[in-house]
Design a protein around this ligand. Structure first.
Ligand code: UDX
Length: 437
């Protein structure tokens, strides 16, 4: 099938490459000329494992091209809208200007029978509004909401083998003509057993925000337990293992630490609250305010613990932060808790050096005032304290004996609870975890 993908960021670039991998003829479109030039040269404009190899592989087939010219969407049967919906400046709501621009931009190029397929995370009600625009311009075309659940760092495999597909169509009916077209787009993963659900527009939009809110709630729940564990002298990692053995609870997303960040969970729960307010259902989501507050409290807690670790004052203390990305296997620093903690420590008088295998250039753009060092061996040299804030494998595998000769004081704060406290203590380190006695 001929497919256009509008918006080539984390979501769209991966989606375009994966659709070509599934055998479709794909054009990726974005207003950012630099991004398009990179993608056209089979280079990923951001770090995502496996993406660059995939771009090279599918571009050799001639099935994937990139352009800044939206008119090249003409002739595609399916147009995926993959643009960002960031948080509005100074407000909780989502900024829909990119979605609106993409939807309006595609209208002149639609033919009867075409699908406009929204994948971006949007406030409930957006799809119905856009469907009306499409209907007015091209009554034979259809708007579908088909949310994306991919995780950064696993984006290629999540797109090729998702947990489920959700198709939101105007009448919520399996018989809607858009259903068979999307089935053709996703024929390979469907054939290998991926389930799919057909819903109406608002349900499809809500599936995405509800899923992200649940994940955020799970993380804040375990972080609230971490606060209690600290107060009571208990261990939150063991607690998570034990409650996670109950199938109804499950162990995933119960890792206590410095909390969630990134370009999705924080802004999605805020936009969800804002939208619930507009719908007069704000009470239903007031708990998300607490989820957000617990999450932000983690960052303050780490600053306090760092002060304790440094003997009561941060002034002049050389602190090395291991990890800047919001999670490992990503170079994304949007709302990264690690970076926000590093900046707070610096503001409070510490001399902070940040290291990360992939995210340093993004981190520098966000907080140019911090010191950055790409080589982790150099970064830890003469440190008064180490803070492990993003659980890259190379940091989880650090050897406390080897590291001891580099640092000035053997103090480590494990912000992700990924190190073995007994091993580090046996090597003479002062170890602090979060929610661990
Ligand atoms: C998330 C959703 O998982 C994905 O389905 C959706 O499409 C986009 O948003 P992503 O932002 O890539 O994906 O990251 P995710 O793996 O969900 O992690 C989010 C944050 O939560 C990270 O900062 C991570 O470090 C943190 N986290 C995750 C925890 O603190 N504890 C956990 O147990 C799990």
């Amino acid at each position: 099938m001929r497919i256009s993908v509008i918006g080539c960021g984390y979501l769209g670039a991966v989606h375009a490459a994966c659709m070509a991998k599934l055998g479709h003829e794909v054009v990726g479109i974005d207003v950012d000329e630099r991004k398009i030039a990179e993608l056209a040269a089979a280079r990923a404009p951001f770090y995502e494992p496996g993406l660059e190899d995939l771009l090279r592989e599918v571009q050799e087939t001639g099935r994937l091209s990139f352009t800044t010219n939206l008119a090249e969407a003409r002739g595609s049967a399916v147009h995926f809208v993959c643009v960002g919906t960031p948080q509005k400046k100074g407000e909780n709501g989502a900024d829909l200007s990119f979605v609106d621009a993409a939807a309006n931009g595609i209208l002149p190029y639609l033919s009867p029978g075409d699908l406009v397929v929204g994948k971006s995370t949007v406030p409930v009600g957006t799809a119905s509004r856009l469907a009306e625009l499409v209907r007015k311009e091209q009554p034979g075309a259809h708007l579908v909401w088909n949310p994306e659940f991919l995780r950064e760092g696993h984006a290629v495999s999540d797109t090729l083998n998702p947990d489920r597909f959700v198709y939101g169509v105007v009448d919520g009916s399996e018989e809607h003509p858009a259903v068979s077209i999307l089935d053709e787009v996703y024929s390979a993963p469907l054939a290998s057993g991926t389930p799919r659900l057909v819903t109406d527009h608002p349900t499809a939009e809500l599936v995405k925000t509800a899923a992200n809110s649940f994940l955020a709630t799970k993380i804040s729940f375990i972080n609230a337990m971490a606060e209690l564990c600290e107060a009571a002298g208990a261990d939150v990692s063991q607690l998570a293992d034990a409650i996670g053995m109950d199938d109804r609870i499950g162990r995933k997303f119960l890792n206590a630490g410095i909390g969630f960040g990134g370009g999705c969970l924080p802004k999605d729960i805020r936009a969800f609250m804002a939208r619930a307010g507009e719908l007069g259902a704000d009470q239903a989501l007031t708990f998300l305010r607490e989820v957000d507050a617990i999450n932000m409290r983690r960052r303050t807690r780490v600053v306090e613990l760092s002060r304790e670790l440094c003997g009561g004052s941060l002034l002049g203390q050389r602190i090395t932060v291991l990890g800047a990305a919001f999670k490992p296997e990503s170079d994304d620093v949007r709302d990264s808790p690690a970076l926000s903690i590093a900046a707070q420590l610096q503001l409070q008088g510490a001399v902070v050096t940040v290291t990360d295998p992939k995210a340093l250039s993004n981190a520098y753009q966000r907080f140019p005032e911090l010191n950055y060092e790409a080589d982790s061996g150099t970064a830890v040299q003469d440190a008064d304290a180490l803070l492990l804030l993003t659980e890259w494998k190379e940091y989880c595998d650090l050897d406390p004996y080897e590291l001891a000769v580099s640092v000035s004081s053997k103090r480590i704060l494990d912000g992700r609870n990924v190190l073995d406290p007994s091993k580090w203590r046996a090597a003479g380190w002062t170890y602090r975890g979060l929610g661990r006695s």
